[in-house]
Design a protein around this ligand. Structure first.
Ligand code: SF4
Length: 263
């Protein structure tokens, strides 16, 4: 707020409090992002988010539904529900879950398409998969960041799932939603990653057959546990693995596109 030549900053009294009703800038007249929760409890060892944005806090479903109904009344057609880990939505509320919220949003008149991001594999439950399958407005797309295909590196990252558990989850998703699009995030060159670990990642990528992947070279993020690890991977090795990973990912995507064209 500006008063005379002075900027006045209002400081909220309670840390972590969710403030409803603040104005939101929208860049499109048709698509809108709606935050459903704040913060993260997961403490992946490479990530600063839990330290900067605090613990998970879910917005009340009534506030979310009211915001989306208001967007629908203004002509918005597509909603993307946002959170660092949307699958945890509702764990801090009574009798609420992400699957329930998805079904509630699906019932809002005027909204035609619903997306969400991001899912943490350890929290993506079968009831969410069934909600995606059964709700007609939900896009059959799941962004499921794997980060590494090596169980050893996943443990060092504190991701709380193994390669096998991730692959089982992908199988469960495809069992319920055969035409689902699955995309991911992958980090190469995490501290301590050996050639064998990297080959596990390539193996997982080939098994999952992702529709798209965001690939990253690990870089030190100050203030995170991984920044202190002594076994950092040399830059040339990280770049070499990154290029090999991209080659495999692109080949899979090209083959899938070709298959879709032929179909
Ligand atoms: S990577 Fe995602 S799940 Fe992990 S700590 Fe960061 S925000 Fe949370």
């Amino acid at each position: 707020m500006k008063q005379g030549n002075t900027n006045i900053i209002e400081v909220w009294e309670q840390e972590g409090q969710i403030i409803e009703g603040l104005p939101v800038e929208r860049k499109s007249d048709i698509k809108a992002f709606v935050t459903i929760m704040h913060g993260c409890n997961n403490f992946c060892t490479y990530c600063i988010v839990p330290y900067t944005r605090g613990r998970e806090r879910s917005r009340k479903p009534e506030a979310i539904i009211e915001e989306i109904k208001d967007l629908a009344s203004k002509g918005y057609k597509e909603i993307t529900l946002l959170g660092q880990n949307v699958n945890s939505y509702g764990k801090d509320l009574d009798d609420m879950s992400f699957a329930k919220l998805l079904r509630m949003v699906n019932d809002i008149e005027g909204i035609e398409r619903i997306r969400f991001t991001t899912s943490h594999p350890k929290d993506l439950t079968e009831d969410v998969i069934l909600a995606i399958k059964e709700c007609n407005k939900l896009c059959e797309h799941i962004h499921l960041p794997v980060q590494s295909g090596s169980t050893r590196i996943l443990s060092k990252m504190n991701r709380k799932y193994t390669k096998e558990q991730y692959l089982e989850l992908v199988d469960l998703i495809r069992k319920h939603i055969p035409d689902v699009a699955i995309t991911t995030d992958i980090i190469v060159g995490f501290p301590g990653e050996t050639e064998e670990d990297f080959l596990e990642t390539l193996d997982l990528v080939k098994k999952v057959q992702y529709d798209s992947a965001f690939t990253f070279i690990y870089s030190i993020r100050k203030g995170t546990p991984a920044a202190e690890y002594q076994d950092q991977v040399p830059e040339d090795i990280k770049h070499d693995r990154f290029n090999r990973l991209i080659e495999v990912v692109n080949k899979i995507i090209e083959e899938k596109m070709l298959y879709i064209k032929i179909k």
